[in-house]
Design a protein around this ligand. Sequence first.
Ligand SMILES: [Zn+2]
Ligand SMILES: [Zn+2]
Length: 393
Amino acid sequence: MAGSLQLWKKTRIAIERGYVANGIPVLPVVADGTYAKRSYKTGSYSSLSGMAVIVGFYTREVFFISVRNQYCSICAYAERNGKEIRVHICYKNWNGSAGSMETDIISEGFRSSIELYRVIFCTHIADGDCSVYNILFKIRPYPDRTVVKIECRNHVLRNYANKLKEIATNGQLQHINLRKILAGSILRMRTAIVSSVRHWKSHTSYSELEQLRNFREDALNAPRHIFGDHSGCQKYFCTGKEEKIIIPELRESGILSLIEDVKNRCILNNARSLLKDADSNSPEQFNNIVAKFVGGKRINYCLRRSYRGRSPAAVVAYNTRRPLYKLHKFMYKFSPGKYTKTLENKRSSLKHRNKPKKYVRKITTYSSKSSRFPFESDYGPQSQKPDMTLQPS
Ligand SMILES: [Zn+2]
Ligand SMILES: [Zn+2]
């Protein structure tokens, strides 16, 4: 994966902007893993193969990839039949649990970043579903620098909404009307957090600490604002419209304390990460390409080298966007024929065309309506009027 032009450019920018530690450029990265077998939220992580990638946050290119296999069909056959293992290239390289594959690969990527690219991965953006950061904290890949962890914004907000939904659908709590109101307010509660982040992030003149303090105050006040009590709201935050205050009922039922608990765990604990406003979308997009290469995880490709071969193929497709052209050029040292080029160009233009357009809310205002009708000088409020200013006689 070496020799990336994008990485080279970003490294140069990092040096120019002074993001350098001991003469080595520092770059933020996003890391995530994927498995060859689905677990369907059951928690049974028994995949025979697993893979993880480290993707540049700005470059959106895969910097590091590795695969762990805990099965080799030739070794397994010999073991099963009590025969001697014949000479073969063995792709089994993992004896631990499936869950620890991701941690091992990502920590290996951090350890080898200086050797491979001569850069330091200073910030680790992750979705918070594995213990990578604990290991990074223990092994300290860079002796004089601690890697900073940032939780993915989308995952934090999704967890927040899911936990609130659990409260709203928990029948044991009774108070069905209050739970219904909560269920209908989940999106507003999420929006309140997103708006506050956007507001304080735009205040670049404030220090990071001030932004954090103000955001935490907003987050603390958010449930009161949503359930009608606007006494503690900031002016930019809300206009204080009159609503029925249901805070006392929520407090009495015990639901408010549960909401506060979820807010503390999901939002306040991750306030610093939320203000960074970073997401782990790039490895998720890459995992999507891997799923295409492994046939949507329907076929077991973990018996020998299939999974290991398909994962780097997905990296070529993700990094180059023109895999056939790049592979041909690399292998034969000349460009492929016109049909291959046409095919890839068609694919990329189709992808571009089918890209979902960003939704922009249409706001019909008086001025926008009037702009649809050009300036009418003969009729309407814009009509020409005679100059009636009094002239001295
Ligand atoms: Zn083997
Ligand atoms: Zn309010």
